[in-house]
Design a protein around this ligand. Structure first.
Ligand code: ZN
Length: 152
């Protein structure tokens, strides 16, 4: 995979943001954080702030799928459970994050977010795709895998 760094695969803990090396001899889905002992992949999107977002995108080896949302946004609330369900299916091949655009307006501006919900897909630290508007869990899973295949 193009985003991999020499010396193995890395992932950022969704609980404490520590960077963990994934053991090559065990499935990533069973990995636990060396710092907080939490599951590195627990099938749930990780809520991130701007610092957490940067860390996941730049330090993790797996592609990162971000749901940019806000609490007042009806379609965002509709897509929330679909995104959570997609996390259970896409991990550990992808890392799924939720970014509250109201809490991080500076980052949302820098990312050029014009409407929410917006899905952003990053691989190798670069944005490779984005999609605006609420879609179902099946559509999220298919879209993320397709976009990654096209970018490879
Ligand atoms: Zn941790």
């Amino acid at each position: 995979m193009s985003g991999q760094k020499p010396g193995g695969s890395f992932t950022v803990c969704p609980h404490c943001a520590a960077v963990n090396r994934l053991p090559a001899d065990k499935p990533a889905s069973e990995g636990r954080c060396g710092q907080c002992k939490g599951a590195l992949f627990d099938g749930h999107p990780a809520e991130v702030d701007a610092a957490g977002f940067e860390r996941h995108v730049t330090r993790g080896s797996a592609p990162v799928l971000v749901d940019v949302w806000a609490p007042w946004c009806g379609p965002c609330r509709v897509m929330g459970p679909a995104f959570a369900s997609a996390a259970a299916r896409l991990e550990p091949d992808f890392r799924l994050l939720k970014l509250n655009s109201d809490a991080e307006p500076e980052l949302s501006g820098r990312l050029g977010i014009r409407s929410i919900p917006t899905l952003l897909l990053f691989a190798g630290g670069k944005r490779i795709a984005q999609h605006s508007g609420a879609i179902t869990a099946d559509q999220i899973v298919a879209w993320a895998r397709q976009q990654l295949a096209h970018a490879a």
